[in-house]
Design a binder for this molecule. Sequence first.
Ligand code: ZN
Length: 351
Amino acid sequence: MFTFGSKAACQAFVFNNDEVERVESYKYLGFEFRATKNLAHGVSQLVSAAKQATHSMNRRCALLPISDPELRCKLFHSLVLPILSYASEVWGVDEKIGDAAELLHRQFLKHILGVRDSTANVIVLAELGRFPLCFHWWQQILRYHNCINNLHDDERLIKCAFVEGMHDPAHLFCSHKVHNWLQGQSVDLSVEDDLDVSTVIGNAKNHYAQTWHQSNLSSVARYQPLQPEYVLAPYLSAAKGFKSRKLISRFRCGCHGLHVDTGRLLLLAQQVPREQRHCVFCASGSEKDEHHFVFDCPAYCAIRNRFTNIFWGPAPTLSSCFTLHDPIARFLRECFEHRNTLVAAQTGHNL
Ligand SMILES: [Zn+2]
């Protein structure tokens, strides 16, 4: 016998004068439940299996070689996501339980972009046009909801629980969560009608795509003009070579090592206020951010003069520069190499 909670909280269960053994864990259809933990225990096991699948996939991609980010995301969707979504119809209603799975997904995306783990999650997802996994789990949950709704046997226990949950959602945890989520999407739920799952999930994703940038992180505010549409950034398919692509990814995602980036990584006591993170290679007094680095800093003027095609036009912007994938990668490489030389001259240390 298996129940949630401590042993003391449950009376002995007797069958044919024998006390039924109480077990601490029970695996049902491949998903393990533990008495003293919530469903997160089973999800942690799914995440462990998914990590192994991700490592195997990455090794195989390195051998073949497959480096195209879009193709690798499709492989993740086919080979790893089914593991991370197993039984999500049950546990997915509580999005916190899926946190470890979301983390694995984001780590995979950061790995294929070549950015640091500390890079803002919303930026990484937006750069690849990906959505948090919870949208996939809600899709599974709503499809399951329709399946149960269409059961003809009204005596089946699951159908009885479903109907009771529909009439009194506060009474059942799962129904309560489904109702709350659908209300958040402005969807009215009735017992009789099936949900139009693809429309509900499509609308939820559209809403996320329109609001992802409402973050208080300055890095997100700087990044947003570079990604006007919530799709895979075009350079990820077009840039030649992994190194060039990684250089562009790191720069766009604010993971480039400029003062505006490194200043926030210091310990709190050593952090320089953002407005005081001035460029140390010129006397302009400008903030050392991406725009100053690409367009204004006189330290890179000679390099800029050799890449006139990047800065062509009446009002070039960072966004317009990044439409020229290979020239901007070469420009950034030369600028960073020159910057390393300047830093070495200032500090006396080679980078
Ligand atoms: Zn400067």
